[in-house]
Design a protein around this ligand. Structure first.
Ligand SMILES: *Cc1c(COP(=O)(O)O)cnc(C)c1O
Length: 434
């Protein structure tokens, strides 16, 4: 396990040499890889992921802490397997994610279940395999958990997800810790749950959970949220409700825009946790998603054609919003690097995909080396919320995914075949009535 504590472990892909020298990521020549596998193609560096895990583990040294990777960031089985091999658990939000995590070798005892809409079937399924903990988000869910645990004659371990009413200073669509958001319950409500704890014969309510949002680039929102959680933990202890675990959620931001985004280093993040929760003797849980995988991924795509426009030219790629939704959904910035001779003159483009939506735009007015049809481009930091949000919109097959590891690569998802895409569909031949 690497023990570096720098926040930039594997050099992310950069502009190639002016002589057009080959462009490597985790030791693999990306130009040759694109040639071999075709584009669009998601490539992930195993070493970049391992080193992020190592950094976080190093920062947590001496604490009783477990890292539960937020599966929704990237649910590919090969990525989950890397997590399992590093002793990392999982934070899941559905039974589909539970099955993926178990399938990849993550033990149930390292799996926590979050989410506002866990169905009774999902709760029963998770109880059945004996997951570590439920992060409960409403009183109705708590009652459902009690009822189902009683039926199964087991005791469920639960944490209440606190909505600390903190502004994460991130995009509105990925902010989750304000009182107007659907997530968690207020401290007032949580206090009533603990007061009624005796009625919970089959739920051991002894944990607190907080997750305030995603792509957070400052420690202050974390500090504020954890201070509120800490004050509540102390109050509960005094009232005779011992707290065995505090789950601090995820949300640690990454660099999407070089020179602008300045992510918090793992050590600084953990220092805030240590300080805010000083004196806490129970177990800490962390749920990073993006931090572990975003910068470990690149999307390889080729220029289909360059189309002159009135304002500026459109660079039309073979990747689209169905392969990477973040720019369309959140107006998110991703650095784009043409794998071409950097000495080419710079041209300002709108970088778009082929999908029939104006929102299918990766970048507006972006200055890039002049490109032409067939050129290879990298869209960077696509390892999180890329393939996990992918769709087949416009009947475009899901892109291939490869894992890179020190000069070698393995296909970890083959490009979807047309037959896979239409599997399960059929003409309306068998009509029935209800
Ligand atoms: C999405 C999510 C995470 C992970 O968020 P990142 O910003 O990817 O670190 C962690 N915990 C919960 C409850 C989540 O919903």
């Amino acid at each position: 396990m690497p023990t570096q504590t720098t926040s930039r472990p594997v050099a992310p892909p950069s502009v190639p040499e002016a002589n057009g020298a080959s462009h490597r990521f985790d030791g693999v020549d990306l130009q040759a890889l694109a040639q071999r596998i075709g584009t669009p193609l998601h490539a992930y560096s195993a070493n970049a992921i391992r080193q992020r895990i190592g950094e976080l583990k190093a920062a947590l040294d001496g604490l009783d802490a477990i890292i539960c990777y937020a599966v929704k960031a990237n649910a590919n089985l090969a990525i989950l397997q890397l997590m399992a091999q590093a002793g990392v658990g999982a934070d899941i939000v559905s039974v589909g994610e539970l099955r993926r995590a178990l399938n990849a070798g993550i033990p149930a005892g390292r799996i926590v279940f979050s989410g506002v809409g866990k169905s009774a079937d999902e709760i029963a399924g998770a109880l059945n395999v004996g997951i570590l903990r439920f992060n409960v988000e409403s009183l109705d869910e708590l009652h459902t958990l009690q009822r189902l645990a009683k039926t199964q004659e087991v005791t469920a371990r639960a944490a209440v997800r606190i909505n600390p009413d903190v502004d994460a200073q991130t995009h509105a669509k990925i902010s989750t810790g304000k009182s107007e958001n659907k997530f968690g319950v207020s401290i007032d409500e949580a206090r009533r749950w603990f007061a009624g704890r005796k009625q919970l014969t089959h739920v051991q309510l002894d944990g607190l959970h907080v997750h305030i949002g995603s792509q957070i680039l400052s420690v202050e929102p974390f500090r504020l949220a954890l201070q509120r959680v800490a004050a509540f933990w102390r109050e509960l202890e005094q009232a005779g409700h011992p707290i065995a675990s505090i789950d601090v959620g995820g949300g640690l931001g990454v660099c999407y825009r070089e020179g602008t985004d300045q992510p918090v280093a793992a050590a600084d993040y953990v220092a805030v946790i240590r300080e805010a929760l000083a004196g806490f003797r129970g177990r800490l849980l962390l749920e990073p998603g993006r931090y572990l995988v975003a910068e470990a991924g690149v999307l390889l795509t080729r220029v289909i054609r360059v189309k002159p426009g009135i304002e500026r030219s459109f660079l039309i790629l073979d990747a689209a919003m169905n392969d990477l939704l973040r720019p369309s959904l959140y107006d998110a910035w991703h650095d784009i690097v043409p794998v071409v001779d950097a000495a080419r003159p710079r041209v300002t483009y709108d970088v778009v995909g082929p999908v029939c939506e104006t929102g299918d735009t990766f970048a507006r007015a972006r200055a890039l080396p002049e490109c032409s049809a067939g050129d290879l481009l990298l869209i960077k930091a696509t390892g999180a919320y890329g393939t996990s949000m992918a769709s087949t919109y416009n009947s475009r097959p899901l892109a291939a995914e490869v894992l890179l590891d020190q000069g070698r690569y393995a296909v970890v998802r083959r490009r979807q075949h047309f037959e896979d895409m239409i599997a399960g569909e059929q003409p309306a031949r068998h009509w029935e009535t209800t």
